[in-house]
Design a binder for this molecule. Structure first.
Ligand code: ATP
Ligand code: SF4
Ligand code: MG
Length: 333
């Protein structure tokens, strides 16, 4: 299917000059229309930074220092580079074209406003011509989309369970029928049964409404279950990208392999809990070459001196950034 978002060469720093933290480096990633793309990686690998940069919600001192984020709305409308949008354009763009449910969002509902008023505020801000009654109807419809009865419209956040508050946030993100929804750890605070229930609902809605999703989670089994494709980040870079089934069966980057196999399998034969020894890199002084080399059980000649580029596999729709899978020439010893 066609791309809806194309991220090319994206770099993000926190701070300026020598003290800058290089949080995201040279990201190349394509989101296709209607797909669920899962982002995996240890804490600090840059997943949230990438999501914030793409929606232009990066908090200071975050700065996008290079790259492009091309958004293709379809229906013949020309592509735009999100990084070129001015403040007015961005206001129209957010919620309407792309929305973000950020980490811990369920605690960001306004405690003194009802669910109804928080949903209708989002609608009113972007659909000024819509009358009050129509906005209320739409709010009720949105709640039922996420499996909450419309009699909850008058509730205040504290009167709802955590799972319901999270679903209200998802309803808000869907309020203006955006093309893309970014979900940063949308269900982490909830129990596993509730997490699955919410994600199943989201998959159903995606089939009905046709939006695309970027889904960030630490829970590898949820990630593999609900994503069509998976991208793995390490030290601010994407190190591997492939279909969810392919990467589970045959992870090619040693880091993806460690990450995807360091949890007990839910289905099929039990896998060993290998884990990954060592700790994530210090972004202020990244290891030379492949940033994973100090932890990599397979490191060899070129790894400590040259950064492997994310390279498409000769066959199949997948890429990997690892010298084991890329021509590395000679003369590096
Ligand atoms: P987690 O899984 O814990 O949510 P993440 O993959 O989302 O992690 P980010 O939050 O994107 O990681 O952080 C990437 C890097 O940027 C981390 O090293 C973090 O310390 C750094 N960072 C994030 N926010 C800031 C900030 N406001 N100022 C300085 N550094 C920051
Ligand atoms: Fe390991 Fe080298 Fe591949 Fe990096 S490039 S993951 S160090 S084998
Ligand atoms: Mg994060």
């Amino acid at each position: 299917t066609e791309p809806v978002l194309e991220i090319r060469g994206l770099d993000v720093d926190y701070g300026l000059g020598d003290s800058a933290v290089r949080a995201v480096r040279d990201i190349n990633l394509t989101l296709h229309r209607g797909e669920i793309l899962g982002l995996a990686g240890e804490s600090g690998s840059g997943k949230s930074t990438l999501a914030y940069a793409v929606t232009r919600l990066l908090p200071p001192p975050g700065v996008i220092t290079g790259g492009e984020v091309r958004y293709r709305p379809g229906n013949g409308t020309p592509a735009v580079d999100i990084l070129d949008l001015g403040p007015e354009e961005l206001r129209a763009f957010r919620w309407q074209e792309i929305s973000l449910v950020f980490q811990g969002a369920m605690n960001s509902l306004n405690p003194v406003h009802t669910v109804r008023s928080q949903l209708t505020d989002v609608i009113a801000a972007h659909r000024p011509a819509m009358g009050r009654a129509a906005r209320n109807d739409r709010a009720a419809e949105l709640l039922s989309l996420v499996g909450i009865s419309a009699d909850r419209l008058g509730s205040y956040p504290h009167q709802l369970s955590g799972g319901m508050r999270q679903r209200v946030m998802i309803a808000m993100a869907l309020a203006l029928e955006p093309e893309i929804v970014l979900l940063d750890e949308p269900t982490t605070a909830l129990d596993v049964v509730m997490q699955r229930q919410i994600l199943r609902q989201l998959v159903r809605l995606r089939e009905e409404l046709g939006f695309s999703v970027v889904f960030i989670t630490h829970d590898i089994s949820l990630l593999l279950e609900f994503s069509d494709r998976v991208a793995v980040m390490y030290g601010g870079r994407i190190v591997e990208e492939a279909g969810a089934k392919e990467i589970y069966r045959d992870a090619r980057h040693p880091y993806s392999h460690g990450l995807l196999h360091s949890f007990p399998a839910l289905h099929g034969p039990r896998r060993e809990l290998t884990g990954i020894p060592g700790s994530p890199p210090d972004l202020k002084s990244m290891p030379s070459g492949c940033a994973f080399h100090p932890r990599c059980p397979k490191a060899f000649d070129p790894c400590a001196s040259r950064v492997p580029a994310l390279t498409p596999a000769p066959a199949g729709d997948r890429s990997v950034a690892c010298w084991l899978h890329t021509e590395h020439g000679s003369g590096d010893s």
